[in-house]
Design a protein around this ligand. Structure first.
Ligand code: AMP
Ligand code: MN
Ligand code: MN
Length: 335
C-alpha cells in the first residue's frame, strides 16, 4: 500500500484479530531510539503471539537499550538482520511515521505482505494496510492490553510486565493528563494477574547509571529560561556523549526536570547527534499550547503535550528557529 494513502478508518479489534489468527509468521517493529512504550509494546504483543503458537521476530533499528534490559524476555529484541525476513505480517508499534522505524528495519521487514500499524500518536498518517491509531490512549501498551484482552489472546508474564512498563513510562508514572480510570484499571488488573509492582517500579526508576547524573549536572549548566519564565531549555553537545560514554537512553526522561519548574509551560531539550542533526524534545504543561503542532512545522511529530523533531544542524541555527516558533505561538495563544 502506498505511503500517500489518504486517511483511512481504523480497523476494528476483530479485523486485527483475523490477521493475527490467519497468519503464522510476524515481525514486530518499533521506533528508533526506543523508549519503554516501544520495547514494551513489542514484548507485550510478541509474547502473547508466541504463547498462541506463532513465530515472532522482534526487531529494533537501535536494539535493546541498557535501561530496559531488566524487562523479562527482552533478550528477544534484535537489531535488524542484513537480509529481508521470511515473514507474512509486519507490525509497526508506537511509531508515528514509517521512516521512524529505521532503514535497516524497513529492509528487514520488506517481504511482509501485510502491514499493521498500532499506535497512539495523533500525527500518525495511518501508513499500514490495517491501522489501529488511538490518540486518546496514553501509551501503545494500553491499546495492546485492550486488544489482547478483547481477542482472548494469552497474556504470559512477559506481556503482563511489558504492558505495565510501557504504560508507566509513557504516562510519567501514571501522572500525565492522558492517564484515565482505564489506565488505573489496567494497572490494577495487571497486579491481580501477578505483577510485582514494587520490584518493577524500582527496576524502571531507581536503577540509573552514575553517568546519567553526570549528564544531568552538565545539562543544568546550560539551562536557560525565557524572560517571561514560560519556556525552559537546555542543550547537549555531542562531545558530552563522548566524554561521559553516554548511550541514547541516558537522557530519557531528563526533560521532566525542567518541565517541573513552577511557571514553565514549555520545556525543550536540544541534543546534537553524532551525524550533526539536532534532536529536539518538547513538553507542554498547558493544553492550549500544542507542541505537536510546533514539531510538525519542522517535520517532526508526537502528541499535544510531548513531541519531538529530528532537524538539520548546527545547534546554533536549530535553537533560535525552534525557540522563535515557540515564542510566536505562545504570543498567539495569549499565554
Ligand atoms: P521524546 O521527546 O523523544 O520523548 O518524544 C516525545 C514524543 O514525540 C514521543 O511520543 C515520540 O514518539 C514523538 N517523537 C519524537 N521525535 C519524533 C520525530 N522526529 N518524529 C515524530 N515523532 C517524534
Ligand atoms: Mn515511544
Ligand atoms: Mn508511546
Amino acid at each position: 500500500m502506498s505511503e500517500s494513502t489518504v486517511t483511512q478508518e481504523n480497523a476494528s479489534f476483530e479485523q486485527i484479530g483475523e490477521v493475527l489468527r490467519n497468519h503464522q509468521s510476524f515481525v514486530l517493529l518499533s521506533h528508533v531510539r526506543p523508549d519503554g512504550d516501544a520495547i514494551g509494546s513489542q514484548l507485550a504483543l510478541g509474547y502473547a503471539l508466541m504463547a498462541a503458537g506463532k513465530s515472532v521476530r522482534l526487531i529494533n533499528e537501535d536494539g535493546l537499550p541498557e535501561n530496559l534490559a531488566f524487562m523479562a524476555g527482552s533478550e528477544k529484541i534484535e537489531t535488524p538482520p542484513a537480509d529481508p525476513l521470511d515473514v507474512e505480517v509486519a507490525i509497526a508499534l508506537d511509531t508515528a511515521t514509517k521512516p521512524r522505524l529505521g532503514d535497516r528495519s524497513l529492509h528487514a521487514a520488506s517481504n511482509a505482505k501485510i502491514w499493521l500499524n498500532i499506535d497512539h500518536h495523533v500525527s500518525n498518517p495511518k501508513y499500514g494496510d490495517l491501522n489501529l491509531i488511538d490518540s486518546t490512549s496514553p501509551a501503545t501498551g494500553q491499546i495492546l492490553y485492550q486488544l489482547i484482552v478483547a481477542l482472548g489472546l494469552p497474556m504470559p508474564a512477559e506481556s503482563r510486565d511489558a504492558i505495565y512498563v510501557a504504560v508507566s513510562t509513557d504516562t510519567g508514572s501514571f501522572q500525565y493528563p492522558s492517564t484515565t480510570a482505564v489506565t488505573y484499571d489496567l494497572a490494577a488488573d495487571l497486579i491481580r494477574r501477578g505483577l510485582d509492582v514494587g520490584t518493577i517500579n524500582s527496576q524502571t526508576y531507581d536503577n540509573h547509571p552514575y553517568r546519567r547524573v553526570e549528564l544531568m549536572r552538565a545539562l543544568l549548566n546550560t539551562l536557560q529560561r525565557s524572560d517571561n519564565g514560560l519556556v525552559a531549555s537546555w542543550e547537549m553537545r555531542d562531545q558530552l556523549r563522548v566524554d561521559l560514554a553516554l548511550t541514547p537512553d541516558d537522557s530519557e526522561g531528563l526533560i521532566d526536570i525542567i518541565r517541573a519548574i513552577r511557571g514553565v509551560q514549555v520545556a525543550v531539550f536540544f541534543e546534537e547527534l553524532p551525524d550533526g542533526k539536532i534532536r529536539v524534545s518538547m513538553r507542554s504543561k498547558d493544553r492550549r499550547f500544542n507542541v505537536c503542532e510546533i514539531a510538525t512545522e519542522f517535520g517532526g511529530g508526537g502528541h499535544a503535550l510531548a513531541a519531538g523533531i529530528r532537524m538539520k544542524g548546527p545547534l546554533e541555527d536549530a535553537k533560535p528557529l525552534v525557540l522563535g516558533a515557540i515564542r510566536r505561538r505562545i504570543e498567539a495563544a495569549g499565554l
